[in-house]
Design a binder for this molecule. Structure first.
Ligand code: IVH
Length: 682
């Protein structure tokens, strides 16, 4: 086959496979057998392997995965991803309708949709090609999960026809259908992994997987609900949403036009009754004004549109009896009281436990053992006690005496003024706190040892093989092989997690790989109280290695940008503890990075490349001056002390030296303040 022939066949196969994908997933009308389809795909994958130059970024072969995302890039949303105002009450919906009536004087209609319970995603198409898929994140920036989203069969990679705008965004929700969820959990249990708590968590976990081949196996689905762009084809939400069917999108069949609020109520009632029959989870109904002209008239508040509202289905509530209270110790030592209940059926599951939050809540509820209590399950997995039926209280109910000693290690609890929680202060000797530190150490933003996630640390910890983070690096194949633990789920089902060859090898490989984690993240991982990611970074760049931090005094520490008194104190006391120094020495011996590498000093951008700066005068604080100096270096610029013809800018604070000022003026060098400088970087 010549190169030209290969190119032509790849294009032909691409078209053919896209066509059959559409028939299968969108129209549910396959024209060829699964086998024939697979053969086309196999042929394409083979040709792409032999002729990689002709691989299209949106080739249908991407549906089966193959791309690895090491780190999810942050992407700025072109249009902020706002949320919706929500309500549980019909009266508030009438108020919503009255507000709309007042604000727009022409007729209007609503579009009612389901509120899909999944993960929000924004898909950008340029010239009909899927360009990016970004999660909501903080509303302004989200994670770039494009590689993973390409594997979702109901999302078109290349649009059909030609009538789409050059550039537009379509937003919707990625969900995991019940069937896929059940299958996934069964498989996880079989191989000894912890099952996901609900489809939303499973969808979210799947989207953040690094290997898109794994994502492809998760059978995620997509429901669209919002279109954004400069030249959308129609004047109304409904028309645009249905139009996109022509371009290859699967348009949800659960959209209805409602002439008035009464019709909206009918839609709500219908779906509240029927929602159990859907193949995916919803948590309410979304009501939107249809015409864009009217949406614009109504506008947005800072958080959400005034032209839409979500009606959330009421959390189911039941009454049962409080049998006892037990106390859980969290990773920070915080104590949470947990109610043990007479088992009761709630929203499809049997509930035996519910959270009581803290001592204040126990006091406020005036709850007694033997009381009849109201239990509710909202969107969250853990049900909560929301009240007591005092009318049912009997003479046999017993008041609650809140504990004063840690239930795990017996240490006397402390409670700081103004804080709701009690704490166990035995940081290094209390089992759940030790386990918590290890869990923090392995977490994604820390050492990122994901092969130890989802309950595996617990299994190893319970066998007494882990007493601190350094012990992780002493684990061996023989120590881990065949370890097992029995978990009892909330539904009373017994699940056994057992480490077989593959799991053990994965765990050990994950631990071994982690020694390459850069110093700044290691510093975050060791769990110094109040040292989050940003502070760890500042410390690492400032001190360059751990010994310099260990030896720094309180006075030196507070001189560092971002380090205040509370953090400086915490750093000092952490390194005063011989146990912590011992752990660091052991980690050092295993090759963990406790110093910055050369690479880390290369500029973070070259925005200021070739530019030379002179900083003069005084700033709001000495830290500010140092920060500017650092930013100049980090972005490829040079710091100089004297003004010369080579100086590009003078960054001036208050009372700039008169000689420097004169020289800069004589040479015509621009004088900017620190804000101008910051803007330069932006
Ligand atoms: S419209 C500007 N429609 O609910 C308004 N959102 O609580 C854009 N959601 O962030 C959102 N189903 O993730 C809209 N039919 C639907 C929805 C929906 C689910 C999610 C979405 C949003 C959240 C707000």
């Amino acid at each position: 086959m010549t190169k030209e022939e290969a190119k032509a066949r790849i294009e032909q196969l691409t078209k053919l496979i896209n066509h059959h994908n559409y028939n299968y997933y969108m129209l549910s009308k396959p024209e060829i057998s699964d086998y024939d389809f697979d053969m086309l795909l196999v042929e394409l994958i083979k040709l792409e392997k032999d002729y990689p130059a002709f691989i299209d970024i949106n080739s249908p072969s991407k549906r089966v995965g193959g791309d690895i995302t090491k780190e999810f890039k942050q992407i700025k949303h072109r249009y902020p991803m706002l949320s919706l105002g929500n309500t549980y009450s019909e009266a508030e919906l009438i108020e919503f309708d009255n507000r709309i009536k007042k604000l727009i004087d022409t007729d209007y209609e609503y579009i009612c949709e389901l509120k899909y319970d999944g993960i929000a995603i924004g898909l950008t198409y340029i010239n009909g090609v899927l360009q990016s898929a970004v999660t909501r994140g903080d509303g302004t920036h989200g994670d770039d999960v494009t590689n993973n989203v390409r594997t979702i069969k109901s999302i078109p990679l290349q649009l059909l026809g030609t009538s789409f705008p050059n550039e537009f965004e379509i937003r919707g929700e990625i969900v995991m259908p019940h069937k896929s969820f059940e299958k996934l959990n069964e498989e996880r249990i079989e191989i000894g992994e912890m099952p996901f708590a609900n489809p939303r968590n499973a969808a979210s976990g799947s989207l953040k997987m690094q290997d898109s081949t794994e994502v492809a196996k998760r059978n995620l689905d997509y429901y669209l609900y919002y279109m954004l762009g400069e030249s959308l084809p129609f004047e109304s939400h409904y028309e645009n949403l249905t139009k996109v069917k022509e371009w290859g999108f699967k348009v949800p069949e659960y959209i209805e036009k409602c002439k008035n609020i009464e019709d909206v109520f009918k839609f709500i009632k219908k779906w509240d009754k029927q929602r159990d029959k859907l193949s995916f989870d919803i948590d309410g109904i979304v009501i939107k004004v249809n015409l864009y002209r009217q949406q614009e008239e109504l506008g947005f508040t800072s958080k959400s549109p005034r032209w839409a509202i979500a009606y959330k289905f009421k959390a189911e509530r039941v009454i049962t009896v409080l049998k006892s209270i037990s106390y859980q110790v969290g990773r920070t030592g915080a104590i949470t009281p947990v109610a043990n209940l007479e088992p009761v059926l709630l929203a499809g599951t049997t509930v035996k436990r519910a959270t009581l939050h803290n001592a204040d809540q126990v006091e406020k509820l005036d709850i007694r053992i033997g009381d009849a209590v109201f239990v509710e399950k909202g969107g969250e997995i853990i049900p909560k006690i929301i009240g007591v039926d005092y009318g049912k209280r009997t003479l046999f109910s017993t008041p609650v005496t809140y504990i004063d000693k840690c239930p795990e290690c017996g240490t006397k609890l402390t409670r700081n003024k103004g804080e709701a929680n009690h704490y166990c202060p035995n940081e290094n000797g209390c089992p759940p706190q030790i386990k918590g530190k290890i869990e923090h150490f392995i977490s994604r933003k820390a050492m990122n040892i994901d092969s130890l996630g989802e309950g595996k640390v617990e299994v190893i910890f319970d066998k007494g093989l882990l007493n601190n983070i350094a012990d992780l690096y002493d684990l061996s194949y023989d120590m881990l092989y065949d370890l097992e633990k029995t978990f009892i789920s909330d539904e009373g089902k017994t699940r056994i997690m057992k480490f077989k060859e593959k799991t053990v090898n994965n765990i050990l490989a994950g631990i071994a790989n982690s020694i390459n984690t850069p110093f700044e993240r290691v510093l975050y991982s060791i769990g110094i109280r109040f040292v989050g990611e940003t502070v760890a970074k500042k410390l690492a760049y400032h001190y360059k290695n751990i010994d310099a931090i260990i030896n720094s005094t309180y006075d030196e520490l507070i001189e560092v940008e971002e380090i205040g008194e509370k953090i400086a104190e915490s750093i000092n006391s952490f390194f005063k503890e011989p146990n912590n120094i011992n752990i660091i020495d052991r980690l050092k011996a295993k090759g963990i990075q406790f110093a910055m590498t050369e690479d880390a000093f290369t500029p973070k951008s070259d925005t200021l490349k070739g530019k030379s700066f002179v900083i003069s005068g005084s700033f709001s604080s000495p830290k500010r001056r140092k920060e500017i100096e650092q930013l100049i270096e980090d972005n490829g610029g040079k710091n100089a002390s004297a003004v010369s013809s080579k100086t590009s800018f003078v960054v001036a604070g208050e009372n700039m030296g008169p000689e420097k000022l004169k020289k800069a003026n004589d040479l015509g060098i621009p004088i900017i303040n620190d804000e101008d400088f910051m803007n330069m970087l932006r």
